[in-house]
Design a protein around this ligand. Structure first.
Ligand SMILES: NC(=O)C1=CN([C@@H]2O[C@H](COP(=O)(O)OP(=O)(O)OC[C@H]3O[C@@H](n4cnc5c(N)ncnc54)[C@H](OP(=O)(O)O)[C@@H]3O)[C@@H](O)[C@H]2O)C=CC1
Ligand SMILES: O=C1CO[C@H](CO)[C@@H](O)[C@@H]1O
Length: 333
């Protein structure tokens, strides 16, 4: 799979690092409006996990200023969209029309109906980069719900909170990024959709900022099922803890717990993945190396396999990505 990255910001950088590790995908180009980035100086990039941006070797890469140039390049099979959400629709449609496969960062769109239109138009070539189920701790939940090794999932409590994402312009603007629900919580909305199905109704309490929820707690209701599911998070007014996420999910025969937090001084704290079985035994399996780039490399390998086989990996499915956006919209009220 020969891929070009469109948009060299936080995710463009993280995807770049993942391509360096992928045995199945080759990064052949990128576009950036910035002359410095086109010359390989990616040191200005900011984010809330992973290593800081650095100088990259651009020799051998097709480097363009505008994304249209990459759509016209027959040496590119896949357009990897790492642009702000407000630009996803235009670039996804143009790339599909140009005959390319597309891997688009979450959220696929700012509105569920737009996302559904894109999913319908995808014609087996549109994938949405929902990373969470490629992290081993979260992948375990999806795998266990699929093979029912501990019975069905019956309850889940999820959390995801960040410090101020100051590097993202218009973060709270519903027409640009969408604020914490669409930008951040959409990860959990997607996971909840995969584990429990589509909720019929939600109850959300929130503290608003610029007309969108900034801190939120939601209970999800499923008409056909007595599962108990909740999620909370958003943005706190301190850069001290740039990122945290975690969960406690109960299956019929086991409860699984995990939490990770990164602090501004470089420290991290972890509740290691813990499986509490109904017979009273406890397991703490070590899964993976804890490096977030490993998950992104797995995501990119899954995209490459989807392109190779013509069968999109279920986690990358655009209609599930559209469902996740619809869930966020239900929560926004
Ligand atoms: N899966 C995950 O864990 C994460 C996913 N994301 C998602 O990734 C996407 C990008 O977010 P992120 O990387 O944080 O954002 P950034 O703002 O860091 O990067 C976006 C890049 O898009 C390009 N861009 C911005 N505006 C324009 C424009 N008007 N025309 C052309 N290019 C433009 C810029 O690249 P350049 O300067 O090179 O032109 C910019 O650096 C979002 O959808 C976000 O939700 C973000 C973080 C984590
Ligand atoms: O997981 C994430 C970490 O925080 C970023 C900034 O809000 C999000 O965009 C991203 O999806």
């Amino acid at each position: 799979m020969r891929t070009a990255i469109v948009g060299v910001g936080f995710m463009g950088w993280i995807h770049y690092l993942a391509y360096q590790r992928s045995p199945h995908a080759e990064l052949v180009g990128f576009c950036s409006r910035s002359e410095a980035k086109r010359s390989g100086d990616w040191t200005s990039i900011q984010g809330n996990f992973g290593p800081p941006g650095r100088q990259i070797d651009v020799s051998g890469l097709t480097v363009a200023e505008h994304w249209q140039a990459l759509l016209e390049d027959s040496g590119v099979d896949v357009i990897d969209v790492c642009l702000p959400p407000r630009m996803h629709e235009e670039v996804v449609v143009a790339a599909l029309d140009a005959g390319k496969h597309v891997l688009c960062e979450k959220p696929l769109a700012l509105q569920a109906d737009t996302a559904r239109r894109l999913a319908d138009r995808g014609d087996g070539r549109l994938m949405v980069a929902h990373i969470l189920p490629f992290h081993p701790e979260f992948q375990l939940l999806v795998d266990a719900a699929g093979d029912q090794r501990w019975g069905k999932p019956i309850a889940g409590r999820f959390k995801r909170t960040i410090g101020p994402p100051d590097w993202i312009p218009d973060f709270y603007d519903a027409t640009s990024v969408g604020g914490p629900l669409l930008d951040l919580h959409v990860h959990d909305a997607h996971l909840i959709r995969l584990l429990f199905g589509m909720p019929d109704r939600v109850d959300t309490a929130s503290r608003q900022h610029q007309g969108v929820p900034k801190l939120h707690e939601t209970v999800f209701h499923f008409n056909d099922s007595p599962v108990v599911v909740s999620c909370g998070g958003g943005v706190i007014d301190s850069p001290a803890r740039p990122f945290t996420h975690g969960f406690e999910v109960s299956f019929e025969k086991a409860t699984v717990r995990f939490e990770f937090a990164a602090y501004a001084d470089g420290q991290t704290s972890i509740v290691p993945l813990t499986i509490m079985h109904v017979d009273g035994t406890v397991e703490m399996p070590t899964l993976g190396d804890g490096d977030p780039i490993t998950a992104f490399a797995a995501e990119i390998d899954a995209a490459a396999e989807s392109v190779r086989t013509g069968k999109i990996h279920p986690v990358l499915d655009a209609s599930i990505a559209a469902d996740a956006i619809e869930i966020c919209q239900m929560q926004a009220g």
